[in-house]
Design a protein. Structure first.
Length: 559
């Protein structure tokens, strides 16, 4: 058994802009994070992953970085960061930074020099980015941006296009240039020397573009070629092995790569047990199961049978050869209780606990996204004008104006899947603006904060928050939960998610009904005399053969 601290940890993702505002400007900040470390310590998490806090013009809420070694002014100063890092460590909490190096902001000094060097294409900074001449008077290829439109932007003065797989203000770095890699590795080293504990690497699977930049397939109903043609490019593993040798191997770090388009076989390269690249990856297959026809937008509920099949494929496929990241929520995903659970007053808390149970009992490192531990829900959007998210806004106008979709049909789909659902401010208490800020919040607070908030849940023993505390405590106390093998039971059942974990002579059963109707479930004989480790309906005797709507429990086999 290859043990590691990051395998035994639970990670909590903070989206700083929406977490806690200390100065009343309506924007969360570093001092706000520092003020909530007692709360995170009480929850029991081991690591916090911070979405970007670097200097940025915020075309994409910090994922467009203009200076990797300065702090976004809205978030505070480097002194504030150092104080937060020290305080986190004093609370026994490690800190993982978001590393965004597929692209920079167009306001980064490298890109400014790249632009200014246009009269002399031999200037070394020009080759820090991906520039191409027009082809037959238009873009070099058919690639689309992940944020709608073409992935190419014409620079009128030189007549060349630059590549941006995301927003126009996010030009892609040219990783084939050794000088770019050296700049990135040197910057990473300085952060590690400051004392951080790891990196979450944004869209790291896209850094190596396919040779020759060929046209990409156009997905059903799309207007442009799929930008995922860049996923798992020809040199990505070579670059990450160089990163490992140059930087990562020199420090005791947790590393996780956001890998769009990653397959099971590719994941074994990124996150192999030999440790040549990263510790683990984020894959996206399971969170795409409720997407629309050729687009991500839909109002569909996440289908359980395909979800079980997919998660089980990753559980079994990586067992012993790599390591899983366990997540349903992050800053790019709508609230899981509104996608897979039931966010009605009747079932919201119970379904939030059930979903958490099936995730946290699996093999891998669990990630909790801020507010997930409270059962926070999607926001009741009424108009596209309420959105802040560039992907949602651009998607709405492109699909209605260019693809001819009816606004009244499209809007509910975007409202359900918008990234802004995850970005509404953290709900701390039932005071104005949910206690997030004394000013005007940068994004609307969900109006249900008076009944869903941290203050109420911390004080109530049977809350979602305190259920998460139990789940996290169980993982900390059990090698079986962390390292045990996995076997899915009842794979074709449309309502029940049941699996067993086993390690040596120890074994547990995890059972959850993720539907709105009661079911019968015959517990296997060897578990009937076992101990209940956790259940979200403690008033119910789980051995009676009945499993209520959104009921979940875990049984440990008697020794």
């Amino acid at each position: 058994m290859n043990k590691a601290w990051w395998k035994e940890s639970v990670v909590y993702q903070i989206y700083p802009r929406s977490f806690a505002d200390s100065n009343g400007d309506g924007i969360g900040d570093l001092n706000g994070i520092t003020s909530k470390l007692d709360y995170l310590q009480k929850l029991g998490v081991d690591v916090i992953w911070l979405s970007p806090v670097y200097r940025s013009p915020n075309a994409d809420n910090g994922y467009d970085i203009s200076d990797y070694e300065a702090i976004m002014k809205e978030f505070g100063t480097m002194e504030d960061y150092d104080r937060m890092l020290k305080a986190a460590h004093e609370h026994g909490i490690r800190v993982v930074m978001d590393l965004v190096v597929n692209h920079t902001s167009d306001e980064h000094k490298w890109f400014i020099e790249s632009i200014e060097s246009r009269s002399s294409r031999t200037n070394p900074k020009r080759d820090y980015y991906i520039w191409r001449d027009p082809v037959d008077g238009h873009e070099p290829n058919n690639w689309g941006s992940n944020f709608s439109g073409s992935a190419w932007k014409l620079d009128e003065k030189t007549g060349q296009y630059y590549l941006h797989l995301f927003a126009e203000k996010q030009p892609d770095l040219n990783w084939s240039n050794p000088a770019v890699r050296r700049e990135v590795f040197d910057m990473m080293t300085r952060w590690c020397e400051k004392g951080i504990d790891g990196f979450r690497m944004d869209v790291i699977s896209l850094i190596s573009k396919p040779e020759g930049l060929p046209d990409a397939a156009v997905m059903g109903g799309g207007l442009y070629g799929d930008p995922n043609i860049c996923a798992n490019g020809p040199h990505v593993h070579e670059y990450l092995q160089e990163m490992r040798k140059t930087v990562l191997s020199r420090f005791d770090l947790m590393t996780v790569g956001e890998c769009a388009g990653v397959t099971l076989e590719e994941a074994k390269k990124y996150a192999n047990a030999a440790g040549t690249e990263l510790n683990m990856v984020f894959q996206f297959e399971h969170v795409g199961l409720d997407g629309g026809d050729g687009i991500k937008w839909s109002t569909k509920k996440m289908p359980l049978v395909p979800l079980k099949e997919n998660l089980s494929k990753w559980q079994n496929g990586l067992d012993g050869v790599a390591w899983n990241s366990l997540y349903f929520c992050n800053h790019d995903q709508p609230r899981i209780v509104s996608r897979l659970g039931n966010d009605s007053d009747q079932y919201r808390e119970r379904s939030a606990k059930a979903i958490a149970t099936v995730l946290h009992m699996m093999q891998g490192t669990p990630y909790v996204y801020q507010g997930e531990e409270l059962g926070m829900t999607n926001y009741p959007w009424k108009s596209v004008d309420e959105f802040n998210d560039l992907e949602s806004i651009n998607g709405y106008y492109e699909l209605t104006e260019k693809a001819g979709m009816k606004p009244e049909e499209l809007f509910p789909m975007i409202a359900h899947k918008s990234r802004d659902n995850a970005r509404t401010p953290m709900q701390w208490d039932d005071s104005d603006n949910a206690g997030f800020t004394t000013g005007k919040p940068w994004l609307a607070v969900n109006p249900n904060y008076r009944k869903i908030n941290a203050k109420e849940q911390v004080a109530r023993p049977d809350s979602v928050f305190n259920y998460y505390r139990q789940l996290i405590s169980l993982r900390h106390s059990s090698e079986l939960i962390v390292y045990g093998h996995y076997e899915l039971l009842l794979p074709d059942d449309p309502d029940l998610f049941v699996y067993r974990r086993y390690l040596d002579d120890k074994e547990l059963l995890c059972a959850a009904n993720l539907s709105e109707h009661a079911r019968t479930f015959d517990i296997p004989e060897r578990f009937r005399s076992g101990r209940v480790l956790i259940q979200n309906m403690p008033e119910h005797d789980v051995r009676d053969g009945q499993i209520a709507p959104y009921e979940a429990y875990v049984l440990l086999k008697s020794e």
